[in-house]
Design a binder for this molecule. Structure first.
Ligand code: ZN
Length: 390
């Protein structure tokens, strides 16, 4: 089986290389934005959708017209148009499915500056060769496996990083799942996740990482200080850099936490049942505190990590339908009732069950996923909760 993976490292460019990076990402952004503008124009006038092929021809003309575009590697510019093309593909795909996707947006300077090479790069011990730029050093924190398919350079605040997208050919073992090695996972706000583990539904939980709270408080303070500075003054920019650094730190710390948790889970269990996340919808519907907690906990990323790690080990990952009412069902007798957001305990008037709301949901997810008969007396009804902490 072929696995796609990314390896990301911090670059150590010299001054000249930094200038190249800024210039290349500027060119890539220009081509992306101009391509987007052209698509809009043509669509409004002729109701036609431009494709990558059409736009690539236009690109040749732009390169004659604009001098500074010539200094950038042509494949970087083509790649930019390919990215635009996939943004549109994604947009139309979601539209077809009946969603309300956001229309592809124009890129602004400093907002995710990046550019990509599909080929022409080389690698030695701790340097990467980029066409037209030369050998750039990077901090090699771990070995790269697989065949490198493309190289992306991205700005994060003051720093630049390189990501290698690779393809790895790997034999996947076949793991036959049992209920005992299964786990239902409910992602919550009070704790990061509640687990219902194995046949007897042992309760487990993963708390929110503690450092996150203090760092978020720091962000709030920094934002306030920034708002007091004179807009676009020297001090303002200096402080904005500091804020960007803090954001980067939080992002790294959170990814680290999510990696650790997902690795541990995939080591200890064989089958995962999770709820379908409509994080975006929830973000829009929920109130502010809830919103904050959701956006900060990185659920989507967590499920992505869990999924790819499970698949790599031949284990099973199942996301349940978004319509499955995991919170509303009684995990004992299967009756359904609505709970308000602040009701933390599920109490069933019918069978008398009284259980932590998230644990009840996790049990439902596991039961529905594993198609265990949903009736009183089933194994998971006697949810005697022993706590196993991660
Ligand atoms: Zn009940």
């Amino acid at each position: 089986m072929k696995i796609l993976k990314g390896f990301k490292y911090r670059l150590r460019p010299n001054r000249k290389q930094r200038e190249f990076f800024a210039q290349f990402s500027g060119c890539a952004r220009y081509v992306y934005n101009r391509g987007l503008e052209r698509r809009q124009e043509v669509y409004e006038k002729e109701k036609k959708t431009l494709r990558y092929f059409d736009q690539n021809k236009e690109l040749t003309a732009w390169r004659y017209e604009i001098d500074w575009l010539k200094s950038c590697h042509s494949q970087v510019l083509q790649q930019s148009l390919k990215d635009l093309n996939s943004a549109f593909d994604h947009f139309f795909r979601r539209l077809k499915k009946g969603g309300e996707p956001g229309f592809p947006r124009f890129k602004r300077k400093g907002d995710g500056d990046s550019f990509r090479f599909p080929q022409g790069f080389k690698l030695d011990e701790s340097r990467v060769y980029l066409p037209k730029i030369g050998w750039v050093r990077f901090r090699k924190s771990r070995e790269i496996e697989g065949e490198i398919k493309q190289v992306t350079i991205t700005r994060e605040g003051d720093c630049w990083s390189v990501s290698f997208s690779v393809e790895i050919e790997r034999a996947i073992p076949e793991v036959i799942p049992t209920l005992e090695r299964s786990v239902g996972i409910d992602l919550g706000c009070s704790v990061f996740a509640k687990l219902a583990i194995g046949e007897s539904n042992l309760s487990g939980e993963i708390g929110h990482p503690k450092y996150l709270k203090s760092l978020l408080a720091k962000i709030k303070r920094y934002n306030h200080i920034l708002s007091k500075k004179v807009y676009k003054s020297r001090n303002y920019f200096k402080f904005r850099k500091k804020l960007a650094k803090l954001h980067r730190h939080i992002r790294d710390a959170r990814a680290d936490f999510l990696h650790k948790v997902s690795t541990k889970l995939t080591q200890n269990h064989d089958q995962f049942f999770v709820e379908n996340l409509h994080v975006k919808e929830m973000l829009e519907a929920g109130h502010t505190a809830l919103r904050r907690a959701i956006a900060d906990s990185g659920w989507r990323k967590f499920l992505d990590f869990l999924k790819y790690k499970a698949v790599e080990l031949g284990k099973h990952f199942k996301e349940l339908s978004p319509y499955f009412p995991s919170t509303q069902l009684c995990s004992c007798c299967g009756r359904r009732k609505k709970l308000s957001l602040n009701e933390r305990v599920y109490t069933c008037d019918h069978c008398g069950l009284s259980l932590d709301r998230d644990l009840n949901a996790a049990i439902n997810l596991k039961a529905a996923g594993a198609s265990v008969v949903n009736a009183c007396g089933a194994t998971w009804c006697s949810a005697e909760a022993g706590i196993s902490r991660l």
